[in-house]
Design a protein around this ligand. Structure first.
Ligand SMILES: NC(=O)C1=CN([C@@H]2O[C@H](COP(=O)(O)OP(=O)(O)OC[C@H]3O[C@@H](n4cnc5c(N)ncnc54)[C@H](OP(=O)(O)O)[C@@H]3O)[C@@H](O)[C@H]2O)C=CC1
Ligand SMILES: CC(=O)C(=O)O
Ligand SMILES: [Mg+2]
Length: 591
């Protein structure tokens, strides 16, 4: 410990690759302020009570016209606001009216971001109360366009940028962030933003959007959330030429240089925030995502949303769908288009659940699941040339070059799109799947809407109304032959906020596959008869905070059962406890 602190205080090499963080949370005096001597560098943090003009400019505390007469007197606000006093409800009504007037989704997005920067509680009140309407604005699909244009619409930094320029100084960079009690970090390196490819530093929109859902949907308080973008360059030629690009103007660093920066970041996070901070990897390319998850899964509280969160949400949808399509999980044959993070992550969790249900070994249950990648069906003759995460799916079969051929050969009952390529579920493919099944389950998971493997209209029309359909980005209900079909949204947003809350409230120090199954089970249990009657396999997002509390409780229960929870004693009623921990956006009164 002594040598660690000396290094930190020396102000040069702050990188400690084996931090002495305690399970109890945090490291004693990590900022080195109490014991620093004259020759040592510290961060000069100060705390003050905001009042007057600075109170109005502080998004955490600003209430705008909702400051009461008493607050206006006691906080030096007289004259800085017009005389009217408004309720939060009235402010919400006005802002929703304004947002609804914008025709262009990106304008709505910018209005929401501007609100978040101006009045955080009002932002979350809007998002929570109007979740179905605003989710497509702050999240997919609009966040995808926002990332593509991030350089042009950039106004104020909303998260922490850690680039190669900060190599050797990452711990100092973390200390520049104004909040210290961080519970959840969402980090991207921008290389696989939704299905839009490499957006470099402009991927920041994704951690910002995901964390706003952590708060709105999962109740993790905003000050405990830290969006991070690791900038190692971009291979996106358009961005490299774009004069408004906000990131490093170089091609991506790879190999040891990449690994070193990531390792410095992971070590600094643990050193600064302790063992219980959740690090959610988001939208990394698959050649790094699996490696990072495996490497840090045993030393940090890490979760890959694209691999694990997606798996949990899709398993929930499939289990719920069994009520509509019949059979048990093991009775079905699964075919995926796309064998990357999402595809193989989902496949593995389905196979695991199947194995647990049937007591059949995992190697056997995997054989019910087939994947197609850009080179065709994954079969054993391709094994040697496959990336490691595809190898478990190389079953014995003659080569098949495309999805249509695979559909004809495998005869799937469930078709899942996780390719990132739009309109790849063609009319012929959907017609073939529909001809093989009375009720085919079709999930087009790729985001944003432009990359969806098919639209809701296509799924329902081409299957003549027989398909049970869900998609990663939302589609409106569709009327076909006088019947209204309501597509579900199979998006990891159902899982990660409640999952993260469960980890936080139990003080979990590691993520385990059984927790993903627990989250999935909790979600599937929330689908009501009324939802099923509409053909839905997910509950509506309107009830998401309640759903998240149930997911959190199931995940926390599993953490206690597995012995990785550190918050002791275990609360007796975990749902109630989760609810009691959830952030509320209602204004507080100031003395
Ligand atoms: N709904 C949700 O909650 C989520 C949705 N997603 C979406 O899933 C998509 C994929 O993400 P992810 O798995 O991380 O990406 P990856 O890059 O890891 O995987 C993409 C896979 O699709 C394959 N592929 C690409 N083009 C084709 C094609 N034309 N025909 C057949 N296969 C193709 C690739 O093949 P090859 O390996 O040969 O290159 C690869 O196996 C993205 O659009 C993302 O937005 C992701 C996470 C959550
Ligand atoms: C939803 C999500 O995480 C993705 O599309 O990458
Ligand atoms: Mg993602």
């Amino acid at each position: 410990m002594e040598s660690t602190m000396k290094e930190m205080r020396g102000g040069e090499s702050v990188l400690d690759l084996s931090p002495r963080a305690t399970v109890g949370g945090g490291v004693e005096d990590v900022y080195g302020e109490d014991c620093a001597t004259e020759d040592q560098l510290v961060t000069p943090w100060t705390y003050s009570v905001a009042s007057g003009y600075s109170l109005l400019r502080d998004p955490h505390h600003n209430k705008g016209l909702a400051f009461t007469e008493t607050e206006r007197d006691s906080h030096y606000l007289r004259g800085l606001l017009p005389p009217a006093v408004a309720t939060q409800q009235l402010q919400e009504k006005k802002l929703m009216d304004n947002i609804r007037k914008y025709q262009v989704p990106l304008q709505k997005y910018m209005a929401m971001m501007e609100l978040q920067e101006r009045n955080e509680r009002l932002f979350y009140k809007l998002l929570i109360d109007n979740v179905e309407e605003l989710l497509p604005v702050v999240y997919t699909p609009t966040v995808g366009e926002a990332c593509q244009k991030y350089g042009s619409i950039f106004r104020r930094p909303q998260g922490l940028y850690i680039s190669l320029k900060e190599k050797g100084k990452v711990l100092d960079v973390l200390k520049n962030w104004p909040e210290r009690s961080i519970q959840v970090i969402v980090v991207t390196d921008g290389e696989r933003i939704l299905g839009l490819g490499d957006l470099g530093c402009q991927g920041m929109g994704i951690p910002v959007g995901k964390l706003s859902l952590y708060t709105a949907l999962g109740g993790v308080r905003p000050s405990a959330c830290l969006p991070v973008t690791i900038d190692v360059g971009t291979n996106n030629e358009e961005l490299l030429k774009d004069e408004f690009y906000i990131g490093l103007r170089q091609r991506r660093a790879t190999g040891q240089e990449y690994a070193d920066l990531l390792h410095e970041f992971m070590s600094a996070v643990k050193q600064n925030y302790g063992e219980k901070v959740l690090i959610q990897f988001e939208d990394f390319a698959n050649h790094n995502a699996f490696t990072l998850l495996a490497k840090y899964g045993t030393t940090h509280l890490v979760f890959n949303d694209d691999i694990q969160g997606t798996a949990s949400v899709v398993l929930a949808g499939v289990v719920a769908a069994l009520k509509l399509i019949g059979g048990t999980l093991a009775d079905h044959r699964f075919l995926f288009l796309g064998a990357g993070e999402a595809g193989t992550g989902i496949a593995e969790l389905i196979a695991l659940e199947m194995s647990k249900q049937t007591k059949i070994p995992l190697e056997e249950t995997r054989k019910k699941i087939w994947l197609v990648d850009s080179k065709g069906l994954i079969v054993s003759s391709r094994r040697d040339s496959l990336q490691h995460f595809k190898k478990p799916w190389a079953h014995d079969h003659e080569p098949v070059k495309d999805l249509l051929g695979a559909v004809k050969a495998i005869k799937p009952t469930v078709l899942i799109g996780s390719s990132g390529v739009g309109r790849t579920f063609t009319k012929e493919i959907i017609e073939t799947v529909a001809s093989l099944n009375e009720k085919p389950l079709i999930m087009a998971l790729s985001n944003p809407t432009s990359q969806s493997e098919c639209t809701a209209e296509e799924a329902y029309t081409w299957s003549q109304g027989h398909a049970i359909f869900a998609s990663g980005s939302p589609f409106d209900p569709f009327e076909y032959k006088g019947k209204v079909f309501v597509p579900g949204q199979a998006n990891n947003a159902y899982i990660f906020p409640g999952f993260g809350l469960g980890l936080v409230i139990s003080g979990a120090i590691r993520v385990h596959d059984d927790m993903l199954l627990a989250a999935s089970e909790a979600l599937a249990n929330q689908v009501s008869e009324e939802n099923y009657d509409k053909g839905l396999i997910y509950p509506p997002f309107t009830n998401i905070r309640n759903i998240s509390a149930n997911i959190a409780a199931n995940v926390a229960a599993k953490a206690y059962e597995l012995g990785v929870a550190t918050r002791l004693p275990r609360p007796a009623n975990l749902v109630k406890y989760a609810e009691s921990c959830m952030y509320s956006p209602v204004y507080r009164s100031y003395r």
